[in-house]
Design a protein around this ligand. Structure first.
Ligand SMILES: [Zn+2]
Length: 482
């Protein structure tokens, strides 16, 4: 295909774990000049992410413009029915060790983008490159694209049985493992607390903007989330200032904030929110009288359930030897204080339970048909909950039962780790689910309370690229399929 010009070039900035409240506080206190400029020049919205609201699920939603029913990434930690093993993308080092640390790295860095994300979901990078434009990504973990990139550390790859190459966007930079161009950037993972990953992104982003080397760039900044997990979601303005400085580097490289917006439309969003947690529960304990598959050495045929909990959501997989029905597994959590909303499918309906009360729902005539307690998923507390819960349950890799944690609770991961005393996310609740979205320099506006599934099609339209069928499908069509 001959090279072509984008209708408008686009930069998409993703600040991991940024809540609207923190962004607004940063603006009020004058700590985020780059983001403030974008708000002044553009529009600011509160949007809603997908469910479970954890990073691998949310970033894949951003990349594919779809919920997990389409992209197939169900959680940060999940049971792979085909491979009969637990996948762990990195809840904690201890959790990774429980499934085998090398395997966990292989799953997070290679398998997630290459084999776990459904081949029927088109990524925004694939769509951009197929249209003859140049996509670029920095550190973005759902990166599947059309260009083969050999790994930069072949000896390390051989020793750890990593892949020799990854398929990513044409210009691809990933934690020094893959670098499509020699930029001279420092190591990305020197010190997360001091924001070295964001500094790496800033350096590479400056290099790319200086050369005008892309039509579409995803600029991913994970360090704010890291700080927020440690200190809680209301304190790390310093970390946010550092993320802002990385965005500021893009502006400097363009010659100034206005010059950046002359060249590119810019969208800034978070992948999920964060809320304070001070209580921990083990989801495994509610099933301790059953045989629970815990780690890599156990036999799925000799287990009743596999349980994958991480942050503020969890999955219960009913294994073939289990004598209890899915409903019985879900009802065990009626009296568990850490379990807020417990979801499962029953025939054509999805069921949400809380403390013994029940709401049953399914897509109907472009909306939702419901039976039982409609107030159980009140929109102000659980935004867009029916759609998000439905699509989470329709993901073929999800557990039969999905648990959204109660306020203030975290569900310990496979290694027993948690963030109690700090921040966490993952639930259907508003604090974990609502994200800020800034859009500047676009010809069109996003809707009032956009879903993160809308961003990829919005960006493609701005670039003048046709939106693939797999993006932004609504639950009605998902419902017809299951
Ligand atoms: Zn996080």
């Amino acid at each position: 295909m001959p090279p072509r010009r984008a209708a408008k070039k686009v930069v998409l900035v993703v600040i991991d774990g940024l809540t609207p409240g923190m962004l607004e506080r940063g603006i009020e206190e004058g700590r985020v000049p780059a983001l403030s400029h974008l708000v002044d020049q553009g529009s600011y919205r509160r949007g809603v992410t997908t469910f479970p609201s954890v990073t691998p699920v949310c970033l894949t939603t951003i990349a594919t413009g779809a919920h997990p029913d389409v992209h197939h990434i169900p959680h940060l930690s999940w049971y792979h029915r085909g491979e009969r093993r637990i996948i762990e993308y990195g809840s904690s080092f201890h959790a990774m060790r429980a499934v085998g640390a090398r395997q966990a790295v292989r799953d997070a860095v290679f398998n997630m983008s290459h084999s776990h994300v459904s081949s029927r979901a088109t990524t925004v990078f694939e769509a951009v490159e197929d249209a003859g434009l140049v996509p670029a990504a920095i550190n973005f973990t759902c990166y599947r694209g059309r260009t083969r990139h050999p790994i930069r550390l072949p000896e390390l790859a051989t020793r750890n049985r990593w892949f020799e190459a990854a398929y990513g966007p044409k210009r691809f930079f990933f934690f020094n493992l893959f670098e499509s161009d020699p930029t001279g950037a420092p190591l990305a993972v020197r010190s997360r607390v001091e924001g070295s990953t964001d500094a790496y992104a800033g350096y590479v982003g400056r290099w790319l903007v200086t050369r005008d080397g892309f039509d579409f760039l995803v600029f991913y900044l994970p360090d704010f989330d890291y700080a927020s997990h440690l200190a809680g979601p209301a304190s790390p303005l310093d970390a946010l200032s550092r993320a802002d400085a990385s965005v500021g580097q893009l502006m400097e490289a363009a010659g100034g904030p206005d010059e950046l917006l002359e060249r590119y439309a810019v969208i800034v969003c978070a992948d999920h929110g964060q809320t304070h947690v001070d209580k921990v529960a083990s989801l495994q304990e509610s099933f301790s009288d059953l045989r629970v598959l815990r780690g890599r050495r156990e036999d799925p045929d000799a287990s009743d359930v596999a349980i994958t909990a991480s942050n503020r959501s969890g999955m219960v997989y009913r294994l073939p030897a289990c004598g209890a029905s899915t409903r019985e597994l879900a009802q065990r959590l009626d009296g568990e204080p850490a379990a807020d909303v417990v979801l499962f499918r029953e025939g054509p309906l999805a069921v949400a339970r809380r403390r013994g009360q029940e709401l049953r729902f399914a897509p109907e005539d472009g909306g939702w048909g419901t039976e039982g307690e409609r107030g159980l998923l009140e929109d102000s507390v659980y935004p867009d909950a029916l759609e998000r819960a439905w699509c989470a349950l329709a993901c073929p890799n999800a557990g039969e039962v999905i648990v959204s944690a109660a306020d203030g609770y975290e569900l310990a991961d496979l290694g027993g780790r948690h963030h109690s005393g700090g921040g966490s996310h993952g639930s259907l609740q508003v604090g974990d689910s609502v994200v800020p979205i800034i859009a500047a320099g676009f010809g069109e506006e996003l809707g009032e309370c956009p879903s993160l599934t809308e961003l990829a099609p919005f960006v493609l339209s701005a670039l003048g690229v046709e939106v693939p069928d797999s993006m932004a499908r609504r639950a009605e069509t998902a419902g017809a399929r299951v």
